[in-house]
Structures are given as C-alpha cells and as structure tokens.
Design a binder for this molecule. Structure first.
Ligand SMILES: Cc1cc2nc3c(=O)[nH]c(=O)nc-3n(C[C@H](O)[C@H](O)[C@H](O)COP(=O)(O)O)c2cc1C
Length: 364
C-alpha cells in the first residue's frame, strides 16, 4: 500500500493523495491577471492532493516579476475563481502562494504608482528580467517605514480574505527564496535598528505579525508557510545563527498553530544542502503538517513518508512537465523532461502542451 498515493487530511481538508504540486512561477498572467490558460494548466495537474499556486502578489508593490499574478483586484479574484473551480472539479485542493517580492523586483515590472520596498535600503546582487528592457540590475529598495510595515501586513490579510473569496482552501505565505518575508528574517537584507531588526526575536517579528494577521483574517486551518533555511537564492548568504534562528521561527509558528510548514531544499538544483538536523528540528518543534520538497521522485517520497519525516511531499519540475504525473508513477511510465527555455515565456508552449499518456496512446 503506497502512502504517497493514498488519501490523507490537511487540517479540516481531505486530500486525495499525499502529493503536493510545488509553487511554480510561470509568468503567464498578462497584466497580472489570472486567465483561462492558467485554469487549463492547473486543472491538467489537479490529480495532485494539493496544488500550491505560483507566487502571487498581495499588492501592486509586491509584484516583482513580469506577468506575475496578483490577488488585489476584483478582476484578479474573478480570474482565480476560474482556476479554483477547474481544480476542484478534478478533486484537488488548492492554496494560493502569497508572495511579496520585496527587493527582488524592478520599477519596470511594477504597476503604476507601486514601489520596490524592503526591510532596508540594500540592493540584492544580480539582475531582474524586465519585459521592457531585458535584464536590469536589482534596484536599491526603499527601506520600509513603520507605516509601510503596517500597510503591508494589512495587504497580506486582505490577500488572505480575497483568496477565500476566490475559492482557495487557504494561502501559503512565501517565506522562502529571498523574497520579502525572508528579507526580514536574514541579517544581510535586514539591517534595521528598530523592533523589526537586530536579534531574531525582532527579525522574525514581521513574519509572525503577517502570519497572525492572515490567521485572524481567515483562520489558522487556512494558513501555511514556506521557508528555506540555508537557502541562498536571491543573494541570501549563510550565517552562523541560521539553525538557531529557524528553531525560534519553528517554535513561534507552532505557537500560532498554522496548518502547515513547507520546507524548501534546493540542493538538487545546486544550492547548499539543508542539514538533516534542520528538517528533524522542524518535525520536532512543529506539531501540525510538515511538507518536504526538492529533488523528490516517487521512491524517495515514499521512503520519507514511511520514515515519518514528513506528512506530504511536494514536487515541482516533475509536475511542471507531467500533467499526469500520478498515472505515470502508478504505471511505471517514463516522465517527460522539463523544458527550461519555456519556464517563464508567455503562451501555451511548454505550459499546457506537455503530453499525457492518454494522448500518447491515441492513434495518429
Ligand atoms: C520554473 C520554476 C518556478 C518556481 N517558482 C516558485 C515560486 O513561485 N514559489 C516558490 O516557493 N518556489 C518556486 N520554485 C521552486 C519550486 O517550488 C521547487 O521548490 C523546486 O523546483 C525544487 O523542487 P523539484 O526538485 O521538485 O522541482 C520554482 C521552481 C521552478 C523550476
């Protein structure tokens, strides 16, 4: 009996299996509005137990990338409703990944009047792709005032409410991969001297206040968070207190009682290894659902589930390239390889046209 393929629960929700589709930014949301093409893409993959959407901005300020969707306008809520209905019709549950990009943005990618904000005025090393002028150096962000912090927390809470209106079971706060929440956690990007900077109790404050505001808005069963301890993506260098800092976070998030923690491990993509001790620490300190991700195939997922290391396993590139991933694994069929050249390009190519086994079997 496979654990991976069997039913389970996530808080009050029943999942048809323990497979989660990882959040995958695909940049198909023209004008930052979710559309029919996206509904088709997600519905193709809705044999997962849980889908976590691509990073979606809670506000105009949080839009870092071109064609990244938002959840701050009526039109966006309406667009997402099409996605959630299509996914629910095929049995999956769906959480919206709420991602404020913070300093990983560019004026050229932002809606009119929006600002690139971050804990401190420290630019990230590297470049940001813009549709207007190609790759551009990361700008120096505006350090958030206390009023900016309050307003941004309010935006997350509103995004949570909008997500429920759009039909999502809940939201995943994007606290990973160098975006706004992680920019507050890490000392290189957070050089504040007020109550939001300095010791971890202060650097964690924004994340915990955002989580609390989201919980107050829609309830703890509907709020999860993604974290990337030891992650280095988007100019996030390692530092000595990493494990201790994330232990504090795990304990505080456990006290808040949110429904899941989703840990990122990008060592399969050449990033630093996340020590086994860190994953064990999260398992020990956090009592609700733990999702592990990064470089998994079905066998390794089954082993980690059996060993009790986690409750659910998330798959990114395998779902991207295989809409019928479960059928392929159940039948032992080979997987399609992901085509990196179409990860972030507009249109259906490399998005909704990956072949399924059923299509392959059809006579020409
Ligand atoms: C094209 C692409 C887009 C991604 N976008 C996001 C994102 O929006 N949010 C996020 O948390 N992670 C994002 N990731 C990371 C994935 O969720 C996942 O952690 C990573 O692909 C490793 O898992 P895998 O080995 O199963 O692919 C992205 C990865 C890829 C390849």
């Amino acid at each position: 009996m496979s654990l991976l393929f069997s039913k389970t629960t996530l808080g009050p929700f029943t999942l048809q299996n323990r497979m989660v589709m990882s959040p995958l930014t695909r940049n198909r949301a023209t004008r930052n509005v979710p559309n029919e093409l996206m509904a088709e893409y997600y519905s193709q993959r809705a044999s997962a137990g849980l889908i976590v959407t691509e990073g979606t901005s809670p506000s105009p300020n949080g839009v870092g990338y071109p064609r990244m969707p938002g959840i701050y306008s009526e039109e966006q809520i309406k667009g997402w409703r099409t996605v959630t209905s299509a996914v629910h019709a095929r049995g999956a549950k769906i959480f919206l990944q709420v991602m404020h990009a913070g300093r990983i943005g560019h004026e050229l990618n932002l809606p009119p009047g929006a600002r690139v904000l971050a804990p401190s005025a420290v630019a990230a090393a590297g470049e940001m792709y813009t549709d207007a002028k190609g790759p551009q150096p990361h700008p120096t962000p505006k350090a958030m005032s206390e009023a900016d912090i309050k307003a941004t927390i309010g935006e997350y809470a509103q995004a949570a409410r909008n997500a429920v209106v759009a039909g999502f079971e809940g939201i995943e706060l994007h606290g990973a991969n160098g975006y706004l929440l992680e920019q507050f956690i890490r000392p290189n990007s957070n050089q504040r001297t007020d109550a939001y900077g300095g010791p971890i109790e202060n650097r964690a404050r924004f994340v915990l206040e955002v989580a609390k505001a989201a919980i107050d808005a829609i309830g703890k069963d509907r709020v999860g968070i993604r974290l990337s301890p030891f992650g280095a993506f988007n100019d996030m260098p390692p530092y000595p207190e990493m494990e201790a800092d994330y232990t504090y976070l795990a304990q505080q998030l456990n006290a808040l009682g949110l429904v899941y923690i989703h840990l990122v491990d990008h060592s399969s993509m050449g990033a630093p290894v996340v020590p086994a001790s860190t994953k064990e620490m999260f398992r020990r300190e956090f009592k609700r659902t733990l999702i592990l991700s990064g470089g998994y195939d079905a066998d390794r997922a089954e082993q980690d589930l059996e060993a009790g290391k986690c409750d659910l396993v998330a798959f990114g590139r395998p779902f991207l390239a295989n809409p019928d991933l479960i059928d392929r694994w159940k039948s032992g069929a080979a997987l399609n390889a992901p085509d990196m050249s179409t990860f972030y390009t507009p249109g259906p190519k490399g998005y909704t046209d990956y072949p399924t086994l059923a299509k392959e079997r059809q006579p020409a």
